[in-house]
Each structure stands twice: as structure tokens, then as C-alpha cells.
Design a protein. Structure first.
Length: 452
């Protein structure tokens, strides 16, 4: 199962969003403006060797791209998750100007045959987003009642069954709002519960909604006020961070299926005493966790290291100036890092032992690359990018086990694209980008799929 929370511009992602919220979104956007290097460069990082792959004469051709349909009247859509059957979660919206001022998203699910199904908001709500999907087609998301920034920032968690029926996921006693971030194959959902009209989910209380809908609180660390899950595995182990709110350090944590909390950040601080902040990005079914350690405010997330934590407490340094975005069931990892002190970025695939391979673009594409998803076959997806701002000048990429990049193309008349998710069968979900500038303006994205 491959799922990820949406990362489009909503009320909490505009200027002033907290560092902790940006941690939760690292699977996509915080690949760190890291650096790229020439295809033959090598960089020693402790015991690790970061190497570029050998050239491949004839990489496999790109699969065919299909633009996924919108709901009637809409013209902007975004995928947020992909399962092993090839079904995709996301949202469709009738954008009509600056996207972030719209707030009229509608949660959807695209079937493996590319048909679209509208997922109903909860009673009393009008709008919503689907944020994750499991292999049974169960989809998690949230809905809200009005097309306003405040309403969209709040929300009510919902779990939709494979037939589209919705079940409300209640907040903790005393709280008003709830929002999920991930769902496992058993149907357990993790997210946050909170109250207060001006409060965001990152200043809430972590929860796990069991398949029967009952709540399991996910406590903050002693001395911290808030807990924020970011992912859950098939065993019901959740990861996330604990913190005290804006400008405080975040502490990476792992919760057992029973809710007991472990301070992963303490393991990192023992190795990097000056790195007082940390966060998690993902966990696989073996319990391996990926994340990052860094220096907190006011040093503004400086000197980050990508890391992974094993069940026995072992922590592996995946390299400085790096961010791991995803982990496969067997422990392959993908993300981005800087090489040779450059200020630009290269996509990376890490083996389970931490050895990193730089992923190169095909001839004619920008050398700056970012990786988002990886499967157990070693296929990595992401994009190459150029220009300023980089988010508007992207081209979807797929890298095979040999590390050679293939340009996945874009929809007709679209200059840009980005690949976000890949499953074990090689199906890829992403976006095609209509406009060369201001990607987050209305109508610039539409969800697409590449099916082998």
C-alpha cells in the first residue's frame, strides 16, 4: 500500500505555517533544495558511498499517460494516494482564481479503470479531500461545511468504505475537529483531534481510529503539549512528532499499537547533540522509520540529516543535507540530497543498509531532480526541475533499478508534470501541469496516471 497526505495550498500552508507542519509534508515538498552532481561523481559520507549509476543505452520506454477525469464542472485535481490495485485517492475542484481562495474541493477516488467516484462529505458538510487509500480501497479524508479559509482549515475526519459509504471519525472528548493523514490495510486511520477556531491540526492531539471506529489517543512526550502522527503501518504502529507549538523543537516519536510512545529524537540527539529537532516521514510494516534530524529555530532547520530508525533502536545516517521521502515494504528508500557542497538537488535511492545511489535524468532534461516514491522493485518516481520557482518547471521522471531516468512526459499541450506515487506493479500517479508559471494558481494541475 502506498499512501500520502495531500500537499496543496490550503489555509495552513500559506506564509506563516509552522515548521512542524512542513515536517508532515516532507514526503513531497521538503526534499530540501538539495544538490545534484555530475553523473560520475562520488561522495564519501562516513562509511557510505553515494554514487551515480552507470549509463544505460536503452532504458525501458515510458508507459502511456492517461489524464484522469474531473467531477462535472471541475477543472483542477490532485492525487493523494495510490494502492496496489491501482486505485487513486484525491480531490477535484472548480478552481476559479487563486486556488487557495477557493476551498471548494470535493473528495474523490479513481478506480483502476480510471473512472471517478465522488466521495460524500459528512452530513452538514459540503466540501472535502481524500488524503489516503489502502489496498482494499478504504479511503481516509476530511470534510468541511463552508467555502472559507477557516472552515477548510478545520474539518471532520471521515473514512469511506470501498463502496463509497462514509463513516465519521469523531474527535477526542472535548475536541471539535479532526483530520486524518494515513490509513493502513486493516482500516486503522491516524490523524489529529483539536479544538479552537484558529488552531491548526499540528497543535492537536494524535489519535488512531481503530477499524471499528473506537479511538486510541497517541500521547505527546512528557513535557510536550501536542502530538502529530504522520504515518501508520499494517501492525498499527504510528510515527510522527511531539512538540510544544510554534517555534519549539519537534521530537520524532513512534507509538506502539497500544499507544505507548517512544522518543526517537532522543536517539538522534545522542548522536548529534546539537541537532535538537527531528521528525518522521514514514514507516513500513517491518517497523523501520524514516525521518530527519536538524537544528531547530532560530537556526531554521539547518544542517539536516536524513536518518532511519530500526526496531532495536539502531539509527542509520543517510547523509547530511538530505531528506528521505518514502520507504518501501522491504526497506528501499527514496528522497533527495545535496552532493559536493552544491546548492542544487539530486534524487537518491537508498538501499536498506544505507548505501545511496544518485539518480540521473535522461539526456536533455535538467540535472536537478527530486524523488517522491519507491517500490520494492527499486523503481523510483519524481521529477526533474529547473527555473525559479522550481515547482513550476517540473518534468515527471521514473528511475529503474539501474538508476537511469526516463522522462514520463505530460498531457497534450501541458509543458510540465510530476510523478508522486508508484506501486509494485509499476503504476504511477501524479499530475500534469498546464501552466509554466504559478503552478498553484487555478487550473494548473490535473491528476494523471501512467499504467504499464
Amino acid at each position: 500500500m502506498i499512501t500520502r497526505m495531500a500537499d496543496q495550498d490550503d489555509a495552513s500552508s500559506r506564509p506563516g505555517a509552522t515548521a512542524a507542519l512542513r515536517i508532515r509534508r516532507a514526503a513531497r515538498r521538503r526534499a530540501l533544495r538539495l544538490g545534484s552532481a555530475a553523473a560520475s561523481s562520488l561522495l564519501m559520507t562516513g562509511a557510505l558511498i553515494v554514487s551515480a549509476p552507470a549509463a544505460v543505452a536503452d532504458p525501458p520506454p515510458a508507459p502511456a499517460l492517461t489524464a484522469l477525469p474531473f467531477l462535472p464542472g471541475d477543472w483542477y485535481s490532485e492525487p493523494t494516494g495510490l494502492n496496489e490495485e491501482g486505485a487513486i485517492s484525491g480531490y477535484s475542484t472548480p478552481s476559479d482564481g487563486i486556488y487557495s481562495a477557493n476551498y471548494r474541493d470535493r473528495p474523490v477516488r479513481w478506480a483502476p479503470d480510471n473512472t471517478i467516484t465522488a466521495l460524500p462529505p459528512l452530513p452538514g458538510d459540503l466540501y472535502g479531500r481524500a488524503v489516503a487509500i489502502n489496498d482494499a480501497g478504504t479511503t481516509a479524508g476530511y470534510s468541511w461545511p463552508a467555502a472559507t479559509a477557516r472552515s477548510a482549515r478545520q474539518g471532520h475526519a471521515v473514512r469511506w468504505d470501498s463502496d463509497g459509504g462514509g463513516t465519521p471519525l469523531a474527535p477526542l472528548a472535548g475536541d471539535t475537529f479532526s483530520r486524518p493523514v494515513a490509513v493502513n490495510d486493516a482500516g486503522a486511520v491516524v490523524g489529529t483531534s483539536w479544538s479552537g477556531d484558529e488552531v491548526s491540526p499540528d497543535e492537536g492531539h494524535g489519535v488512531l481510529w481503530r477499524p471499528d471506529g473506537t479511538l486510541l489517543p497517541l500521547a505527546a512526550l512528557p513535557g510536550d503539549a501536542y502530538s502529530v502522527p504522520t504515518a501508520v503501518n499494517g501492525a498499527g504502529e504510528a510515527v510522527g512528532y511531539s512538540w510544544n507549538g510554534r517555534l519549539s523543537a519537534t521530537h520524532a516519536v513512534k507509538w506502539s499499537p497500544g499507544g505507548a510512545v517512544t522518543d526517537l529524537g532522543a536517539l538522534a540527539r545522542a548522536r548529534w547533540p546539537q541537532h535538537d529537532a527531528s521528525g518522521t516521514f514514514g514507516i513500513n510494516d517491518s517497523g523501520t522509520v524514516i525521518g530527519q534530524v536538524f537544528k531547530a529555530y532560530p537556526t531554521s532547520r539547518s544542517e539536516p540529516h536524513a536518518v532511519k530508525w530500526e526496531n532495536d533502536g539502531t539509527i542509520t545516517d543517510l547523509g547530511p543535507d538530505a531528506g528521505a521521502a518514502s520507504i518501501s515494504p522491504q526497506g528501499l528508500m527514496a528522497g533527495s540530497r545535496r552532493l559536493d557542497g552544491a546548492v542544487r538537488q539530486t534524487a537518491v535511492r537508498w538501499a536498506p543498509d544505507g548505501t545511496a545511489t544518485a539518480l540521473t535524468p535522461p539526456v536533455g532534461r535538467s540535472a536537478d531532480t527530486t524523488a517522491f516514491g519507491v517500490n520494492d522493485a527499486g523503481t523510483v518516481v519524481g521529477h526533474s526541475w529547473s527555473g525559479n520557482p522550481s515547482r513550476e518547471n517540473q518534468r515527471a521522471m521514473r528511475w529503474g533499478v539501474d538508476g537511469a531516468g526516463v522522462d514520463l512526459g505530460s498531457a497534450p499541450s501541458d509543458p510540465y508534470s510530476s510523478a508522486r506515487f508508484v506501486n509494485s506493479g509499476g503504476t504511477i500517479a501524479g499530475v500534469s501541469i498546464r501552466t509554466p508559471i504559478y503552478t498553484y494558481l487555478a487550473g494548473s494541475h490535473h491528476a494523471v496516471v501512467w499504467r504499464p
